[in-house]
Design a protein around this ligand. Structure first.
Ligand code: NAD
Ligand code: DAU
Length: 369
């Protein structure tokens, strides 16, 4: 079946994996990647698919309502996968306005454009909003690390509770508050106007093409350059890590088979204390660079904690497994090895991103901005 799918934020980290998967898997679809190309958007992430005939790129700001109306009309959009957002917690602490604008008003503008264009004819239509586990707040650390399969006996390795789809929203950072607000708007458009919406809340992603401000690529890059590794607080915070391609697979499955008006949590039952994860990264990078074991341990530098730093995230994705049969395909050890290798093998990508050179890619491909 022919479909015209609008993917927002497709030049970013997760978005680029979703665009790649959809373009390659569905030659009969037209995939419209809409992105403002903020500092986080990088078209070089999509070099390998940008010439394919079922792909096109539109540079636009989701906050620009008229531009969104035009895109729906021009491409006759019948499905939306909405990833465009400001995504970095530390930036949201410094500049909350930009987060409210893009994440809340931008999402609202997209919802309104979809509602107006579809005009009550919702047959086969779908508005899928990608969100985060951070909207649920933070969990307690109630256990020292025990059985890594602890979740099977009623809890994770670091605590008894998980975030489920029933967990009440309790966001703490400006980033998570803006994402929570956008989630509410999406559900409100279903409840008020019948818009066929789906929301998913996913845990921390890692893998190729992540902007090196986030923990894993930042630390790989710093180790490569012998620079300090800034560990917030005591490094005791726990995050639940999922390989980005497994998230993209879940998005594809839910977009096609998820139930309208439902929420699905996505996560890999893979909790790590930051400091333990950092040691894994150090060991892996040192080994792949041929350094003696422990060489880069000395780069660990404890710094002032992030304001309002959530202690623990842990996602229960049982609903997704039971309803749609999704499970992560990659073990963490394999995922982290692949990820470190990718950043070491793609130093040019990292150097272009850290130097700002990547911002010229658009001009090279599409002319002046
Ligand atoms: P990212 O920062 O790497 O990419 C965001 C993309 O959105 C960029 O390409 C950027 O140019 C674009 N964008 C930003 N503002 C825009 C605007 N006003 N108009 C159009 N495009 C705009 O983010 P990511 O890590 O890939 O996250 C993608 C989505 O997934 C976000 O909604 C985020 O909240 C959510 N999410 C991320 C994670 C994670 O671990 N990274 C986990 C769960 C959910
Ligand atoms: O949980 C999903 C969320 O994961 C997404 O919604 C966000 O978009 C994404 O950025 C990510 O948020 P985090 O704040 O968890 O990711 P970050 O990589 O910034 O930090 C991971 C952990 O590492 C967190 O506990 C803070 C800590 N940290 C981070 C950085 C950048 C450090 O100790 N030092 C650092 O320099």
């Amino acid at each position: 079946m022919k479909r015209n799918i609008l993917i927002t934020g497709g030049a970013g980290f997760i978005g680029s994996h979703v665009v790649r998967l959809m373009v390659n898997k569905y030659p009969e679809y037209r995939i419209v990647n809409l992105d403002k190309l903020t500092y986080a958007g990088n078209l070089a992430n999509l070099k390998d698919i940008e010439e394919q005939s079922n792909y096109c790129f539109v540079r636009a700001d989701i906050c620009d309502y008229e531009a969104m109306q035009e895109v729906f009309r021009k491409y006759d959009i019948d499905g939306v996968i909405h990833l465009a957002a400001e995504s970095h917690v530390d930036r949201s602490i410094k500049d909350p306005f930009t987060f409210a604008k893009t994440n809340v008003l931008g999402t609202l503008s997209l919802l309104q454009a979809a509602k107006e264009y579809w005009n009550g004819n919702y047959d086969g239509k779908r508005f899928y909003h990608i969100s985060t586990d951070e909207v649920y707040g933070a969990l307690e650390l109630t256990k020292p690390k025990g059985d890594p399969n602890g979740n099977e006996c009623g809890g994770g390795p670091y605590g008894d509770l998980f975030f489920t789809e029933q967990t009440k929203y309790n966001p703490h950072s400006p980033y998570s508050a803006s994402k929570a607000s956008s989630d509410h708007f999406v559900r409100a458009f279903h409840d008020t106007y019948g818009l066929p919406t789906i929301v998913t809340n996913c845990s921390n992603n890692y893998g190729p093409y992540q902007f090196p401000e986030k923990l894993i690529p930042l630390f790989i890059n710093n180790i490569r350059h012998g620079k300090p590794l800034p560990v917030y607080g005591k490094g005791e915070n726990v995050r639940d890590w999922l390989y980005v391609v497994d998230h993209a697979r879940a998005i594809d499955l839910i977009f096609h088979e998820g139930r309208i008006a439902e929420t699905y949590n996505i996560g890999g039952f893979n909790e790590w204390k930051n400091i333990d994860l950092i040691r894994v990264i150090i060991r892996t990078v040192d080994r792949l660079l041929g350094n003696a074991p422990g060489t880069s341990e000395k780069l660990i530098t404890y710094v002032t904690d992030r304001a309002g730093h959530d202690l623990r995230y842990a996602i229960d994705s049982t609903k997704l497994k039971n309803e749609l049969g999704w499970e992560p395909s990659l073990q963490f050890e394999e995922g982290i090895e692949k990820t470190v290798r990718w950043y070491l093998d793609n130093q040019e990508w990292l150097d272009n991103v850290t130097s700002g050179e990547y911002e010229k890619y658009y001009e090279k491909m599409y002319g002046s901005r």
